[in-house]
Design a protein around this ligand. Structure first.
Ligand SMILES: Nc1ncnc2c1ncn2[C@@H]1O[C@H](COP(=O)(O)OP(=O)(O)OP(=O)(O)O)[C@@H](O)[C@H]1O
Length: 438
């Protein structure tokens, strides 16, 4: 099963086979039940990305694909597409644009705008407050766009913002897999997302709305500013984190110094406090965040060529060792908090690769054994010669890091090779409950 021609999942999106219109390229990233690959539009050569989600059921114990369709994942994927489509019905440069979607019963294909790096890969050490203000502004713009479409994202975290656009300097919101439409009456229920960024009202089963996304923006702002999560329970597990957020224990406090020992302005502290506000009635909206003095003043100062902020000093630690690069520290914190079920499973990835190869041979018009995955090759190098030294520096860092991690096909972080996943003893079983994404 699973080798039928791709049908349009929404009649107004597309009517033809995915392989008729696109050529599949190298892997850019992977998720729990899917992967993201380069895709080339055969009509005009445009380079895009395609998010492929496997909706087949994998046996929990053996990890073997049973060939059945997981009804829960099938529904969740259809919901993701329809909400993403609603969000993209009005264009916004701070949201990854969905172009078309296909389904062949086993796999869904979401053809979208291609981005370059994830947020943390581009976030270099020694950020000034103007840099932080720029990042938070772009995050708030993406989230405001979703909220204007009456959709709550529910999984705001650094991994779900990608740098894209012609200069790779526009931050774009992606992954609407846990998003929900806000009901006309009443509140949303249920626990979704990733523990360190979850809002207290969600965990306390009080019913919640758009403001859970604002809390999560605050948690990201806290992480980038201070180099730690707002709540840091002794045990760094998802359960301990949820417990600390629910009980406000150990309670939330706002340091006056940023990570790397740079001073933290009152405006920055006020910005973080206005989003990480436990009292929902006093928490800012996305629009309020965009009007906050930390966003407005820092951006105005930057436009005037006097961003008024200092680069964070690279001081030595008390024992004389060099300060630990803050982004490396943040990445290791976020990796630790990734629960086992949300890590990419090698079994699922192999299952998808095998099926893609079969489909390529059947519909791509190529003989068996041909290499289906094109890569950017020199095209990308040429494009990269236009980018700034900071971006090139970030790329080199990512390549180095990936070669250490044995990641062959990506310049994005948060991606584990099958070998790395096995080394970490990752559960390859999959279950219907995986939909929570926590
Ligand atoms: N449009 C894109 N352009 C380039 N790379 C992308 C794009 N979208 C996603 N990626 C890469 O693929 C990875 C997985 O994407 P995404 O988070 O959407 O998948 P997912 O299956 O929903 O993941 P998860 O199961 O972890 O939620 C991202 O972390 C990113 O590195």
């Amino acid at each position: 099963m699973g080798c039928g021609a791709c049908k349009a999942i929404e009649t107004d999106i597309v009517e033809v086979n995915f392989y008729e219109s696109y050529k599949l390229g190298k892997k850019l990233g992977q998720g729990t039940f899917g992967q993201v690959r380069l895709a080339k539009d055969k009509a005009n050569g445009a380079e895009l990305a395609v998010k492929i989600v496997d909706v087949r059921h994998y046996d929990e114990k053996t990890g073997v694909c049973t060939g059945q369709i997981s009804r829960a994942r099938n529904k969740a994927t259809r919901d993701e597409i329809s909400l993403w489509k609603i969000i993209c019905s009005v264009e916004c440069s701070h949201v990854v644009q969905l172009h078309r979607a296909f389904s062949d019963n086993s796999l869904y294909y979401m053809v979208c705008e291609r981005c370059k790096r994830s947020m943390l890969d581009m976030t270099v050490d020694g950020l000034t407050e103007a840099d932080l203000s720029n990042i938070f502004k772009q995050m708030a713009l993406g989230v405001l766009h979703a909220h204007t479409a009456k959709i709550v994202h529910r999984d705001i975290k650094p991994d779900n913002f990608l740098w894209g656009g012609p200069g790779h300097d526009v931050l774009k919101l992606c992954d609407f897999g846990l998003a929900a439409a806000m009901p006309v009456n009443g509140k949303l229920q249920g626990v979704y997302g990733t523990a360190p960024y979850m809002a207290p009202e969600m965990l306390l089963s009080k019913g919640y709305d758009y403001l859970v996304d604002i809390w999560s923006i605050g948690a990201v702002a806290f992480l980038l500013s201070y180099g730690k999560f707002p709540y840091s329970p002794a045990e760094q597990t998802s359960a301990a984190m949820k417990d600390a957020i629910s009980r406000d224990h150990p309670s939330l406090c706002f340091p006056t110094e940023r990570a790397e020992r740079a001073p933290c302005s009152d405006q920055l502290i006020s910005f973080i406090k206005s989003s990480l506000c436990r009292d929902v009635g006093h928490r800012s909206s996305a629009k309020d965040l965009l009007e906050h003095t930390f966003i407005v003043n820092k951006q105005e100062a930057k436009a005037d060529g006097e961003d008024g902020t200092e680069a964070a000093p690279q001081e030595a630690d008390q024992d004389g060792s060099p300060a630990r690069p803050i982004t490396m520290h943040i990445r290791s914190l976020t990796d630790k908090m990734m629960s086992k079920v949300s890590r990419p499973s090698p079994t699922v990835q192999n299952g998808i690769d095998e099926l893609l190869q079969k489909l390529f041979e059947k519909y791509g018009g190529e003989p068996a054994g041909s290499n289906m995955f094109f890569s950017e090759g020199d095209e990308d190098k040429a494009a990269d010669s236009d980018v700034s030294p900071t971006i090139r520096e970030a790329d080199n860092r990512i390549k180095k890091k990936n070669s250490r991690r044995n990641v062959k096909h990506t310049t994005h972080s948060g991606v584990l090779s099958p070998q790395a996943a096995q080394a970490l003893n990752i559960n390859t079983a999959s279950s219907e409950e995986d939909q929570e994404g926590d």
